[in-house]
Design a protein around this ligand. Sequence first.
Ligand code: ADP
Length: 260
Amino acid sequence: NSELVLQYHITEFGISDRLLVARDITRLVRLEQTRQDFVANASHELRTPLTVIRGYLETFLDQELPKPMNRALTQMQIQATRMESLVADLLLLSRLEASQHIPDENPIHIHKVLEAIRTDALLLSGDKHHTISLEVESNHDLLGQAQELHSAFSNLVFNAVRYTPENGHITIRWWVDLEGGHVSVSDDGLGIDSIHIPRLTERFYRVDEGRSSSTGGTGLGLAIVKHALQRHGARLTIESKIGYGSTFICHFPVDMLTTH
Ligand code: ADP
């Protein structure tokens, strides 16, 4: 039996009928470890065949081909690219879950990181003509792991681009107050109903399956954000209103701040 229940009475101190429940979670921890290992190995093994498939597809698409064949191969290329992103995100997530510690803590030039993400987001926005502004209100920087923080912030900004209709506004902000440093990403896009908010950072949780899968996301973006932030002692808050837009804020503790 994995559950042990002890019942005892402490009458001298005036406390009676205390219940102590101890549960052996060794099996659960082992199962979770097996799941994590399986996902990490499977995604690693899937990478090579996918690269080969995509390479051949590119070679075929370089040739003059009959229209129906060209159309079919183009579709295959799109799906193979999608699968590659999924495998990359699964690998990243399993790495983030595997350890609670940040491998190295370096000063990260937050202005440069956010500026680079803004440039990529403008490319992703393409003919949706979003206005994407960056407001850097502090010259503090962050201590952390550059790639992980880049993944976290870019997932939030790319989501804002994906879930905001044409001509929408997106604002990326960095500010520091007594509680620490904060990166926020706001949009005036579709917004999210409050019942979904507590579950958004679960793997593959999507508000609207049809709408989300057509945007090209992997369903792992916010899970990656959550785990990357947790490893930095940071947390994510989400505010949103249907039809008005959403704000995602990453809160970093004071001890993660530095100056350049
Ligand atoms: P996905 O790849 O589906 O975007 P995420 O984990 O990044 O996966 O996001 C989970 C879900 O949260 C999305 O499917 C979408 O429904 C919702 N979502 C995320 N960001 C936004 C946003 N800025 N505006 C509206 N909905 C969002």
